[in-house]
Design a protein around this ligand. Structure first.
Ligand SMILES: Nc1ncnc2c1ncn2[C@@H]1O[C@H](COP(=O)(O)OP(=O)(O)OP(=O)(O)O)[C@@H](O)[C@H]1O
Ligand SMILES: [Mg+2]
Length: 311
């Protein structure tokens, strides 16, 4: 649905985008993650045919950005990171204005506008002035706007930026809904944790270069190959358990987190099943109160990849 090959954009000497090659299949939700200035917006603007690359290829639904701009705009919805809203316009008028621009005519227009308003949960703000909407609502209205012409492909540039935690969760829910409708979506963010559960693929980009491209699980593995297990035993015997486990095979290291009072056990390379720890502890008279594989800190993964730890 979206394919780029060696896509490059230079501003003078600066490589805003450096030979980007990515591929999104139908139904993919691709998280494009990178710090400020990484090249996310540049990529999206090129795909949306608003910016020409210095060189490289890109197609959307098979149409080339070079000679298929008209077709691309028909099948794609692009939500920019900043968009102006118009003063003195009601929510419904705002949408009707864009629907008209998409040549949606007659009674169909009103129907379509109401439909997208419902989808983004803004039906109750239908007759409010756009300037009276909160940041989160404005963002949802922006999304409604790009859904009017029922595009198959969506480019969402930081759809959750500036939103409070609740609005972020709602925006995620909305994107999941779009995913379930079968849309192919590319969305950008500064942070990986935000995207991990809605994306099936991620790309991590920094200074124009794609540092990682694949699924979330592989990103985690790339950065951290060892499995870590949190262990807690009863009767205040964590320190004792640590000394005991240090003699066990298969364990590479143990850290006693004294504040929360549990043990962080790192398994040897290649091992990912920590159940032998429970067995050994129980056999030796410890009461195992907790044993669980450590939840992956996605922020660490992101930092690891962008700091070039894997390169
Ligand atoms: N019109 C322009 N002229 C010169 N340099 C530009 C222009 N537009 C973007 N750049 C540069 O290109 C690089 C990539 O910018 P881009 O906006 O794509 O980053 P981004 O990943 O979207 O960042 P952010 O997270 O801040 O939105 C930056 O170094 C930026 O300064
Ligand atoms: Mg940007």
């Amino acid at each position: 649905m979206i394919e780029t090959r060696d896509l490059t954009k230079m501003y003078g000497e600066l490589y805003a985008l450096d030979r980007l090659t990515v591929k999104l299949e139908s139904g993919d939700v691709y998280g494009f993650i990178g710090p400020n200035g990484a090249g996310k917006t540049t990529t999206m603007r090129i795909l949306a045919t608003l910016l020409t690359p210095t060189w490289g290829e890109a197609t959307v639904c098979g149409y080339s950005i070079y000679n298929g701009a008209k077709d691309i705009r028909r099948v794609m919805g692009y939500m920019p990171d900043f968009f102006g809203v118009y003063d003195d316009m009601k929510v419904i008028e705002y949408l009707e204005f864009f629907a008209a621009a998409y040549r949606i005519q007659g009674p169909e227009r009103r129907k379509k506008c109401d439909q997208v308003l419902e989808l983004v949960d803004l039906g109750y703000k239908r007759d409010a002035l756009v300037t009276s909407l909160s940041r989160g609502m404005t963002q949802r209205l922006g999304l409604a706007r790009v859904l009017l012409h029922e595009p198959q492909v969506l480019l969402l540039d930081e759809p959750a930026s500036g939103l409070d935690p609740r609005a972020r969760i709602e925006m995620r829910g909305l994107i999941k809904e779009l995913r379930n409708m079968g849309k192919t979506i590319m969305l950008s963010s500064h942070i990986l944790p935000e995207l991990a559960d809605i994306c099936n693929k991620i790309g991590i980009i920094e200074r124009g270069k794609l540092l990682f491209d694949g699924d979330v699980q592989s990103a985690i593995q790339k950065v951290r190959q060892r499995t870590r297990i949190d262990v807690m035993v009863g009767d205040g015997r964590n320190a004792e358990a640590k000394a005991f486990l240090e003699k066990e095979k298969g364990i590479d290291g143990i850290e006693h987190k004294t504040e929360e009072d549990y043990l962080l056990v790192t398994l040897c390379e290649g091992l990912n099943d920590g159940s032998f720890i429970a067995e050994a502890l129980v056999k030796n008279g410890f009461r195992v109160k907790m044993l669980k594989e450590e939840a992956v800190n996605l922020e660490d993964v992101f930092m690891g990849i962008t700091k070039g730890i894997t390169n």
